[in-house]
Design a protein around this ligand. Sequence first.
Ligand code: GLN
Length: 188
Amino acid sequence: MRVGVIAIQGDFEKHVKALRACAIDGLEVVEARTPQDLASVERAIIPGGESTTVGLLMQRYGMADALKSAAADGMPIWGTCMGMIMMADAIEGRDQFSLGLLRIQVKRNAFGAQVHSFEDTVEVAGLDEAVLGVFIRAPVISKIQAPAEILATYRGHIVGVRQGNLLGTSFHPELTDDTRLHQFFLKL
Ligand code: GLN
């Protein structure tokens, strides 16, 4: 199995490491920068980073259209933080480009200026024990519509979504040693 981490900007190297740490036989992990790279993988992760920058670059180099058609063909795609913002239908209060893959609206930097970054436990549907959520200028899901379903919550906020083969999380499992969410994604 070949997995591509979209390597335009952001913490893509951390996802590459986390995927390798899953130690799955036959798993190949590559950095994907072009539509050609994406065509060579069966799954993709969009990392954390800066959604305005990545949105512009994705459109310019054809990655936006490539990701949309890959998702339409059923490719499992997971976005963390910026990646989830990119996958959303809409971004609250902004006329900002997104891929429109997940039936959600997100609010960027939702935890406010005073709490740029924090860590706390997050309940994830289907996992027996909570995960440590690392939130960095994190978004929340402010609207969700079927077929998107809540995957994770934190203090009443929706911070994770699943829609078939598509996942989005506000937090960054790639910044912890816990590979359970990466394993979960690889099994979709
Ligand atoms: N605040 C960033 C954005 O809106 C996302 C932050 C992150 O990916 N850690 O693009």
